[in-house]
Design a protein around this ligand. Structure first.
Ligand code: NAD
Ligand code: ZN
Ligand code: ZN
Length: 368
């Protein structure tokens, strides 16, 4: 079929929205009609050429929500009409990692996905017979996409898809960092560095876990306001003195749990140093630049602080995303404040501009 999609043709140039060919789903795959898709930093990171593992031409986009239209041979976990959230982090339920509760990093299709192919090593997107590669196994800046069924989370049909798409990436990452990776205990003191999509999700996750104090640190007063809306009990404008400020607020000890959601390695270090001796856990969510390292004085670790990394919030997507969506529908998570702009697919580059200007938390593309 012919569909419209936003194609990264060349790094550092705007995405080109155009007609491309999309082949039918093969065995284990589903054709999804996108209803909405968030515009995320990772799309821009790849489009800019900064990501050393990027490739082109490719159809970008990974924060999608839509409806299954058709399925390939042997597909049993989704059916036409199902509402789904796309997963850049799949869940095959069979590999060593999927069978272990300690991680969500499914091993099933990593190699092909990282190179822009579906699991059989080919693409479904093409233009004049030339393949166009998939991005993060999702490629959701498109009217339709084809994805492996193990990368589709079936969600309640009640959930509005123009907000459900946020659960495809940043929101689940933040919520999961607090709920799965750190498993924040009730009554705790938490500190969240960064109040973008991920940090705000972490604030909400800490609240859902019953944290008593949630301190959010960001550079923007406006974003700190959003953090208070998600349950932050205290807010701090960040800077070189963030650790000192947090120690002052916590009788000199630091927090039970800290979360880093900025991508800045200096802030990651602050997150370690603001964690409490004895048991403080610093959870790193941000993606650092190529070659950057985290600098930690080992004494911080010997005296009982721990560091954990969290990819997609440790959420095993097919099981975990539908549960998070249920909590939203039950009124436990306030998603509306995260959607700041609604765009058409043709306006996708405007989404990048808004993001670079830090105008709002998320732009969402909707498909009519
Ligand atoms: N681990 C994962 O699976 C995963 C998934 C999605 C995004 N990410 C990463 O998480 C990070 C956050 O993503 P986002 O979409 O929320 O980004 P964002 O840019 O919207 O938010 C980052 C926030 O950090 C704040 N910040 C910058 N410097 C700071 C400082 N010194 N002190 C305090 N706050 C500071 C900014 O003001 C901004 O509000 C990025 O690095 C992103 O790549 C990771
Ligand atoms: Zn994303
Ligand atoms: Zn797996």
């Amino acid at each position: 079929m012919r569909i419209r999609a936003a194609v990264l043709e060349e790094f550092g140039t705007p995405l080109a929205v155009q007609d491309v060919e999309l082949a039918e789903p093969k065995a284990g795959e589903a054709l999804v009609r996108l209803v909405a898709c968030g515009v995320c930093h990772t799309d821009l990171y790849t489009a800019s050429g900064a990501d050393p593992s990027g490739y082109a031409p490719a159809v970008l986009g990974h924060e999608g929500a839509g409806v299954v239209e058709r399925v390939g041979e042997g597909v049993s976990s989704v059916a036409p009409g199902d509402h789904v959230v796309t997963l850049f982090s799949p869940q095959c339920r069979e590999c060593a990692h999927c069978r272990d509760e300690r991680t969500n990093l499914c091993l099933a299709i990593r190699e092909q996905q990282n190179q822009g192919f579906l699991p059989d090593g080919t693409t479904r997107f093409a233009r004049n017979g030339e393949p166009i590669r998939h991005f993060m196994g999702t490629s959701t800046f498109a009217e339709y996409t084809v994805m492996p069924e193990i990368a589709l989370a079936k969600i309640s049909a009640e959930a509005p898809l123009d907000r459900a798409c946020l659960f495809a990436c940043g929101l689940s990452t933040g919520l999961g960092a607090a709920m799965n990776t750190a498993q924040v205990r009730p009554g705790s003191t938490c500190v969240v560095f960064g109040a973008g999509m991920v940090g705000l999700g972490a604030v909400a996750g800490c609240r859902l876990q019953g944290a008593e104090r949630i301190v959010c640190v960001d550079l923007s007063e406006e974003r700190l306001g959003l953090a208070r809306g998600q349950g932050a009990t205290e807010t701090i404008v960040g800077g070189p003195d963030s650790v000192e400020r947090i120690l002052e607020l916590t009788d000199g000890f630091g927090a039970d749990y800290t979360f880093e959601a900025t991508g800045n390695v200096a802030v990651m270090r602050q997150a370690v140093e603001a964690a409490r001796m004895g048991w403080g856990l610093a959870t790193v969510c941000g993606v650092a630049g190529k070659g950057e390292t985290l600098d930690v004085v080992p004494r911080y670790l010997i005296t009982g602080r721990r560091v954990a990394g969290s990819s997609f919030g440790g959420v095993k997507g097919r099981d975990g995303v539908p549960r998070l969506v249920e909590r939203w529908l039950a009124g436990d998570i306030d998603v509306d404040p995260f959607v700041s702009h609604t765009l058409t697919l043709d306006e996708v580059n405007r989404g990048f501009e808004l993001m670079e200007a830090q105008d709002g938390i998320r732009s969402v593309i909707t498909f009519s």
